[in-house]
Design a protein around this ligand. Structure first.
Ligand code: GRF
Length: 204
């Protein structure tokens, strides 16, 4: 199975996928054929380059409209003919063109237990709400913000001291669970295939 991974930041989720594939190239069931980003100069792109994976960057500000950017991102992604696209800390909402092409095979990881705390500040919002458990969600992307069918979730307990650093340590603990979950889910989707039935995802 051919994967394109989209990143915006440090790329530790991408690294976890690269490591899992390197550890067992045949057995894992997927290969990363390209890494895309919405900005330059991020560690995520360096991780791809170090692994010898082709990269592409499509920045919103280089296009006259958001739709233009979305079409460019769609074309750049499609050029690598992925079977699955993984948003691993990609901090942009894609548009109609991208979903028309990759809907049903576009997976995102989110650092909260959806449907609670969607959006760009899931960790901070969960902490501010005062929940005692939070976690991460791997889900298919639909046209809402973090609303698509859930594939798997992982749970992380909130500690009293998490309020002191604004959620940084909590986010790190979530990311440890998140990396393992994403590696597990992407591998299972790749090896076994899947069906999306309404809001239910079935992996045989
Ligand atoms: C992850 O927690 C992801 O869910 C979030 O941003 C983080 C990305 O981390 N939206 P990394 O770039 O994979 O290290």
């Amino acid at each position: 199975v051919r994967l394109v991974v989209l990143v915006s930041g440090s790329g530790t989720n991408l690294q976890a996928l690269l490591d899992a594939i390197a550890a067992d190239p045949e057995g894992y069931g997927a290969e990363i054929v390209a890494v895309g980003a919405d900005r330059d100069g991020i560690a995520g792109l360096e991780r791809a380059e170090r692994a010898g994976v082709p990269t592409f960057v499509r920045r919103v500000k280089d296009y006259a409209s958001r739709e233009g950017w979305d079409r460019a991102l769609t074309e750049a992604t499609a050029a690598h003919e992925p079977d699955l696209v993984v948003s691993a800390g990609f901090m942009k909402i894609v548009g109609e063109a991208f979903l028309a092409r990759f809907g049903g095979r576009f997976v995102n990881t989110h650092p909260a237990l959806l449907p609670s705390f969607p959006g760009a500040h899931g960790v901070r919002d969960a902490l501010a709400y005062g929940v005692r458990v939070t976690g991460c969600t791997v889900h298919f992307v639909d046209n809402g913000v973090d609303t698509g069918p859930i594939i798997a979730q992982g749970v992380v307990e909130v500690r009293d001291e998490d309020h002191e650093d604004g959620g940084a340590a909590l986010h790190e603990r979530i990311k440890e669970v998140e990396r393992r979950l994403l590696v597990d889910v992407v591998g299972r989707l790749a090896r076994h295939g899947y069906r999306i039935e309404g809001r239910k995802v079935r992996i045989p």
